[in-house]
Ligand binder design. Structure first.
Ligand SMILES: Nc1ncnc2c1ncn2[C@@H]1O[C@H](COP(=O)(O)OP(=O)(O)OP(=O)(O)O)[C@@H](O)[C@H]1O
Ligand SMILES: [Mg+2]
Length: 243
């Protein structure tokens, strides 16, 4: 079953064509990566899916279907948490946004925190964000996105600001959540090493267009678009040198 289906999406803001003929689909249970250089339209594509584009956007498409609940974690996950409010209150509010006020909130939130690998989750609820580590904050933000029980999780540059060890932990967490729940993931990143061995399928954006699409295995072996060849070539060299 397709959770997302977009055909011929075009987006213009202030006279500038920012997305051109985007075709993108996500199957149930699939991990799909959206790769491409900075400013190539990855976040705008996800904002379109979530319905949060700026009001002045001019959007045209032939088809757009999203018969599913979506959770999202954005670039700079740390700023998604309010520094002046305890974590428990923030997660309770997200719960209430989905299900309304209920005493059950705590049970659900503790269950999700456990799922994302937060130890001592009761204690974490009474902490302010600054009292947790970077890795914990990332897990808490992911927990927030999972509270509403989405079938699709969109993760936009969630590993960008992390050191190598924490990056691996976060990728492993996504793999683990996917394996346990069967959730689909749209993983947006310009970091090819984060995508390799994680995504099932990869789309590459370049100047507002999708210029290459293939299974993860194939796309690293051969590419048709010169930009993608360059991108992958660079990645292979770094990969071989182990950097
Ligand atoms: N609200 C906006 N108003 C006008 N232009 C915008 C807006 N948001 C993004 N853009 C422009 O659209 C283009 C694509 O931006 P987008 O945020 O989708 O890039 P990206 O691929 O996510 O890049 P990055 O890897 O840096 O996050 C850029 O040229 C950007 O300047
Ligand atoms: Mg972006």
């Amino acid at each position: 079953m397709k959770l997302i289906e977009i055909e011929n999406l075009n987006l213009e803001i202030d006279g500038e064509k920012l997305l051109k003929n985007i075709n993108l689909s996500i199957e149930s249970g699939e991990i799909v990566a959206l790769a491409g250089e900075s400013g190539s339209g990855k976040t705008l594509t996800t904002k379109f899916i979530l319905g949060i584009l700026p009001e002045r956007s001019i959007v045209k498409y032939d088809k757009f279907e999203k018969p599913c609940k979506i959770g999202a974690v954005f670039q700079n996950a740390f700023t998604s948490l309010n520094p002046t409010v305890k974590i428990g209150s923030q997660l309770k509010k997200i719960y209430e946004g989905h299900y309304g006020k209920s005493k059950e909130w705590k049970e659900r939130v503790l269950h999700i925190l456990k799922k994302v690998g937060i130890k001592d989750s009761e204690i974490v609820l009474s902490k302010y964000p600054f009292e947790t580590s970077g890795g914990e904050k990332q897990r808490i933000v992911i927990a927030g996105a999972l509270i509403g029980n989405p079938q699709l999780l969109i993760a936009d540059e969630v590993t960008t600001a992390l050191d190598l060890k924490t990056k691996k932990e976060v990728i492993d967490l996504f793999k683990n959540i996917q394996a346990k729940t069967g959730i689909s993931i749209l993983f947006i990143s310009h970091d090819l090493d984060a995508i390799r061995g994680f995504a099932n399928r990869v789309y590459v954006t370049y100047k507002g267009e999708i210029v290459e699409e293939n299974s993860c295995e194939e796309i690293f072996k051969h590419q048709t678009h010169p930009y993608v060849q360059k991108l992958m070539g660079l990645s292979q060299k770094l990969w071989v040198r182990g950097e």
